[in-house]
Design a protein around this ligand. Sequence first.
Ligand SMILES: Cc1cc2nc3c(=O)[nH]c(=O)nc-3n(C[C@H](O)[C@H](O)[C@H](O)COP(=O)(O)OP(=O)(O)OC[C@H]3O[C@@H](n4cnc5c(N)ncnc54)[C@H](O)[C@@H]3O)c2cc1C
Length: 449
Amino acid sequence: MAKKKVVVIGGGWAGCAAALSAAKQGAEVTLLERADMLLGTGLVGGIFRNNGRFTAAEEAIAMGGGDLFELMDACTIHKDFQFPGHEHASMYASRAIEPLVAQALEDYGVDIRRLTRATEVELDGTRMVAVMTGKDAGAERFEADAFVETTGTSASPGNCNRYGAGCCMCILRCHTFGMRVSIAGKAGIVEMTGRKGDHVGAMSGACEILKETIDPKLVAELNEKGVLIVPIPQNDQPGSAKLDAKCCQQYNLPEYAANLVILDNGEAKLMTPFFPLHQLRSIPGFKRARFADPYSGGSGNSMRYFNMSPRNDALKVEGLENVFCGGEKAGLLVGHTEAVVTGMLAGYNAARFACGEAPLVLPDSLAIGDAIQHVREEMQTEKGLGCKYTFSGSVYFQRMKQRGSYLMDVAEIKRRVEAAGLTGIFGWRAGVTAKGHGQALAELATNAW
Ligand SMILES: Cc1cc2nc3c(=O)[nH]c(=O)nc-3n(C[C@H](O)[C@H](O)[C@H](O)COP(=O)(O)OP(=O)(O)OC[C@H]3O[C@@H](n4cnc5c(N)ncnc54)[C@H](O)[C@@H]3O)c2cc1C
């Protein structure tokens, strides 16, 4: 029988996880990415395993879908460190990991198409038949049995102008590769936008300073400990309005207003959306500071949480019978871990749909299952649309603690997965083989340096 086809649109962490998950189920997978690199906003992040993200990563591993977490672990430059409000964090080398993820996907049999921006859709009623690039990009057509949309929620430059501080020249590089296009939106689905009070969307919560522009003594401390905390003179401390506007509520704590909280992800990752350059340069050790991401990190940052899809708990887009979604597209879930676990489920369910099988809904006895259900429910309320959800802090981490789903004991996490009957569910389907089946991933991570 011919292999079933799955097309994944958007190659951030969610799209990579979806592609890999569908490939492990035996689907022929094509991953479309508009830019020249995979990982989207994951190219400038790096924090994982902090707080409840540890539990979510271990649940995914116990369910057989831990491939990308194992790769992140292998590319870790700081492990088990703390920073305000966050325990047992790991940091992957955000400047180095992308080629390894791409290699892993290829080893798993995924056909990666970079510089391929899907801008058009072909529908047969509520069934998606194909996505296409525009005429000026060759009108390439990608037909499939099922689709996964993981295009993220970044603003177009117009919306960064309207709701943010203008184009701050972030890693998404819209002016070079063209802006994000919502596939569900093109298919006529009415989508949702996050908002808080008068704010539409939310501003990304971290920026990066070039290490060579910071006092080498401070950089040595950052490199050694993974974290650097430098008090900000009282007059230069950001007001609460700036902290409120950011999308990463888990960093909306007083420590982040009183100090520069900097983490080492290869560059110096400053845990605030932006910081006026002249004020930064007045802080001892930073008088030559310059931003690495976004280039205009002294003025603002990218805006996100536009065009989220209505979806059910199997991550199928409401109103389309064969389109699934993951990552930020699936709701107000912030983070790489959140993108990977939702992408994993969306890719799995797309492959199952293509084979005529019923989709999987994860039970709320698992943190991942509960997060997927809870965020969907919350997004139906005005208040919920004003929040962001992450395993790592703020309202959702509180909920994990209250429900007893924040677990650090790996054996207990495995027991819960076992009790749900889901051990190894995202593993390779019987009879499916690929170059990356077995050892290739581990070899790739250890040999790469
Ligand atoms: C500056 C910054 C720092 C961050 N730091 C961290 C961190 O340290 N830890 C953490 O957990 N989270 C962090 N986050 C949040 C995290 O990066 C995101 O929540 C998560 O990675 C989102 O993944 P995604 O795949 O859903 O979306 P995205 O990363 O936005 O990926 C979407 C992809 O789809 C592509 N695309 C869009 N439209 C199309 C189309 N029509 N055709 C083809 N391709 C398309 C885009 O080019 C992009 O590559 C950070 C975010 C930012 C912006």
